[in-house]
Ligand binder design. Structure first.
Ligand code: GCU
Length: 138
């Protein structure tokens, strides 16, 4: 299956704002997490079948300090303190990828800041099947 991109500006945002002042994002902008732990972005994604999926988070961090995020799927923590290191500039976007098991249909993927600086600027989340799940049954 082809990867599907979900834009952060269309996600459910808690303690953050949609902004567009740093070029290089896809869609219409990115989410600037408030500079506080617990600020979060929750993406609602849809996949055709249960299995392992890659979660590619595109972001920018113009500081020299990592801004880790906790990643939860459907309310359960799956990755603790996923690192989002500095990208050199707020206009330089990079991608951090992790994997998670998703259920068939709708899943909620929540990325929550864990340090006082908040999260990085969040551009998008791209989902793709990995391993056997990526091969359709003939
Ligand atoms: C700057 C930058 C923002 C960023 C913020 C931060 O203000 O312009 O895009 O979110 O720093 O440190 O979080």
């Amino acid at each position: 299956a082809a990867p599907v991109r979900y834009e952060s500006e269309n996600a459910a945002i808690s303690q953050g704002a949609v902004e567009s002042n740093h070029a290089g994002f896809t869609g219409t902008g990115f989410v600037n997490y408030d500079n506080v732990a617990t600020s979060s972005v929750e993406y609602t994604v849809n996949v055709p079948s249960a299995g392992q999926y890659s979660l590619a988070l595109r972001y920018a961090n113009g500081t020299t300090t990592s801004r880790p995020l906790d990643v939860a799927v459907n309310g359960s923590l799956v990755v603790n303190d996923l690192g989002f290191p500095g990208t050199g500039a707020w206009t330089s976007y990079q991608t951090v990828t992790t994997t998670a098991t998703l259920a068939a249909g709708t899943n909620r993927i929540k990325t929550t800041a864990v340090v006082a600086a908040g999260g990085p600027n969040a551009d998008s989340l791209t989902i793709d099947a990995v391993g056997a799940a990526a091969t359709p049954v003939a």
